[in-house]
Ligand binder design. Structure first.
Ligand code: GLN
Length: 475
């Protein structure tokens, strides 16, 4: 059943929302036993919400008519704060942390009648591309359990594919964490423009990069959740005060005459051949619909994107993580020794290796004497990258590349990767993330049972164009 049909049935009281919610919580538990998509299933909250909705329907409350997500299960990446529900961002250092407030996106979902079913598994604080750098259980690919879901929003994408009840996931991307897992799990993942929505209540990774966005089985559902969460928030000074489009309205609209640039540097060397083949099929599919394509060279994002991204992201991450010291949030130890000894004990015991690596790298890049050579330089290159994209969007509605250069790898293969090889997974994704540009990963086909994603990148605030193009792939 599609989300739209489901909402209609709930509205008309043809499905009992409480019974339905009880049933899906059971299903989530079963899925979780095998696939590890949840760090926490928020059954109490979900049932409380279901009862409230049931009451509204019974009382024929007028608000029921306008709730965009009425009764639809929504999961949240663990880094998105849900009041009273353990929120760890995948880190053991936040074990036991129950936020006293909801993130703005959660408030919005609840207001639209969406039911929060739990917190999904991820790389610790978003540090990773395969969800294997987690303080807890590692999510498994819904298509092949020996393979990765991608990351860092791995649980979110896995669940979006696996759940056979109406459900949409809230993911988060700093440098590719929505598109990469969407591609590996055969679902749609939209990373909105930086600032299109609120980051208030997000356990942040890199403040100038983080975006919360939807992951869905269909393009329509992805658009629906984006419509619910977008908008200005006085609690987040970086959120944009710009009108929000009705994203669901563009689904299925004609795309004839749109112009897409094929990023030359994103094809050829470094890609798995089969990935490229399916992305080319995707391009062919859009051509059939009357989309025009032309090659464009985008040198800077591909050449300097990774270095720029990892410099900025680790710098911001290292300052963000300073507050986790065993005093305020999550993990505590017996208070003894000097402050320094105590902090060191808590942080050594509870951060994973990748988090430690990033703290060290980020602190180094920000050190006096190095700041100008690294962090400030990266910020300058970032501006050059933005300018290069802006020039391209004078001519094109969107740009296309593969989402990830490889098919979902086996866990045994990931173990052999060096940190640098891990970072290289994001080669296509860091560019749009650094530039704050919206991008959509679209499932375009299967190679020997393994899914391939195609990346469409748009100009700032042009999410609608991407969703319209993406919807060609679900017709
Ligand atoms: N894989 C990238 C990283 O490790 C991106 C992660 C993200 O977007 N949260 O930083």
């Amino acid at each position: 059943m599609t989300a739209a049909d489901f909402i209609e049935k709930i509205r008309n009281n043809e499905i009992d929302i409480v019974e339905h919610t009880e049933k899906i919580i059971k299903e989530c538990r079963e899925i979780n036993r095998e696939y590890n998509y949840f760090n926490t299933i928020s059954d109490e909250l979900a049932l409380k919400q279901a009862h409230e909705i049931k009451k509204l329907i019974k009382n024929k409350d007028k608000s029921v008519k306008n709730k965009k997500l009425l009764g639809v299960a929504v999961s949240a990446k663990d880094s998105i704060c849900v009041k009273g529900v353990e929120s760890t961002a995948g880190s053991r250092i936040l074990k036991g942390y129950r936020p006293l407030f909801n993130a703005t996106v959660i408030e919005k979902v609840i207001k639209e009648g969406g039911i929060i079913i739990g917190k999904t598994s991820q790389d610790e604080f978003g540090f990773g591309s395969f969800s294997v750098f987690s303080g807890f259980k590692i999510p498994k690919n819904p298509i092949d359990k020996e393979r990765s879901c991608g990351g860092s929003s791995g649980g979110a994408a896995g669940l979006a594919k696996k759940a056979d009840f109406p459900h949409i996931s809230l993911g988060e991307s700093t440098g590719g964490s929505i598109a990469a897992p969407a591609s590996f799990c055969d679902v749609f993942g939209l990373t909105p423009t930086y600032g299109r929505g609120s980051r208030y209540g997000l356990l942040d990774y890199g403040n100038s990069l983080d975006k919360i966005g939807p992951i869905g089985k269909t393009c329509y559902e992805t658009a629906l959740l984006q419509e619910a969460i977008a908008g200005y928030d006085p609690n987040d000074s970086t959120s944009l005060n710009a009108q929000v489009d009705e994203y669901t309205q563009v689904i299925g609209e004609p795309v004839k005459g749109m112009k897409i640039g094929i990023i030359k540097e994103a094809f050829g060397k470094g890609n798995d051949k089969s990935v490229e083949k399916h992305v080319n099929d995707g391009i062919g599919r859009l051509k059939e619909e009357g989309v025009k394509f032309e090659e464009i060279s985008l040198d800077l994002p591909v050449k300097y994107g990774l270095a720029t991204y990892y410099m900025i992201a680790t710098s911001e991450a290292s300052t963000n993580l300073a507050k986790y010291c065993g005093m305020r949030y999550g993990a505590f130890e017996k208070l003894e020794g000097s402050f320094n000894e105590y902090f060191t004990k808590v942080r050594s015991a509870n951060f994973g290796d990748e988090a430690k690596r990033r703290i060290i790298m980020g602190t180094f890049a920000r050190m006096s004497g190095f700041r100008d050579a690294y962090y400030i330089k990266a910020a300058k290159v970032r501006t050059l990258i933005i300018n290069e994209y802006k020039k391209a969007f004078k001519k094109f509605d969107a740009l296309v590349s593969p989402s990830v250069p490889i098919l979902p790898p086996k866990f045994s293969e990931i173990e052999k990767l060096t940190p640098l090889q891990n970072y290289m997974m994001d080669i296509m994704l860091v560019g749009p993330n650094i530039a704050g540009l919206p991008h959509l990963s679209v499932p375009v086909g299967y190679e020997k049972n393994l899914p391939v994603g195609m990346l469409l990148t748009g100009d700032h605030l042009q999410e609608s164009k991407l969703l319209k193009l993406g919807s060609v792939f679900e017709r």
